[in-house]
Design a protein around this ligand. Sequence first.
Ligand code: ADP
Length: 255
Amino acid sequence: DSKINKADAELQKLISEKRIKDDDDKKVASEVFDDKTLKTLYKLANQNYLDILNGAISTGKEANVLKGIKDDGSIIAVKIYRITTSDFKKMHYYIDGDPRFNVKSTNKRQLIKAWVNKEYRNLNRLYENGVNVPKPIVALDNVLLLEFIGNDQGEPAKTARYDPPEDPTDFYERLLLEMDRFINKSNLIHGDLSTFNIMNFNQNPVIIDVSQSVVRDHPIAKELLLRDIKNISTEFNKLGVQTSESKIKDYLNLK
Ligand code: ADP
């Protein structure tokens, strides 16, 4: 009917040459934007969360992160989970024992929706406990809008993996503070902590990608925590920091 046609026309506008600049971005667009995703983006645009999509920041295994621009010119990050390439086994693994979610459904869209919701709620909880994470804005279906981590020129910060800290020990010490707030104050375990998921924002760590993060009493929490500590110890050792798994555990008051 005409409402849908109007929505479609608007969607086309949203992703037309005016809105998505170069060919590279257009490739991203056709790959991520199935009809339902387009409708979700349209809804967000309609609710003034988002005006223009302007460029890909990252094309990951399961999600694309794009730059979004709002009416007032401010920049946000737009994380879009692709329905086709999502790892549903992994999602079930992390979500099933979480008392906050009751995912009985095997419907893929429902599962992704719960997954994105989980990332949103984790970010919110972390943000409220003072952990350096991007502030979440809104989650809708397979789309998550969050604070853009980057400079005023719109260049995103890089992860510590690709932009190693100038003073690794200082950065590591700041990271320990974040981990303490993450684990002991927010009662969450990241589950995939490494320099791939820590951005280097003006030499300060910003922790990202918390979709798989679990509550501390989740049955797999302990195992994930030990793995996170091991990764951080190994990676920062390589950067020249005097650390070890037991030093990190001591700092975090873990047995
Ligand atoms: P994936 O699960 O696809 O790895 P991430 O959440 O790790 O998704 O994001 C992928 C990449 O996108 C990050 O490595 C980072 O470069 C970029 N990115 C993610 N969130 C933001 C953000 N809030 N601001 C700027 N860039 C971001």
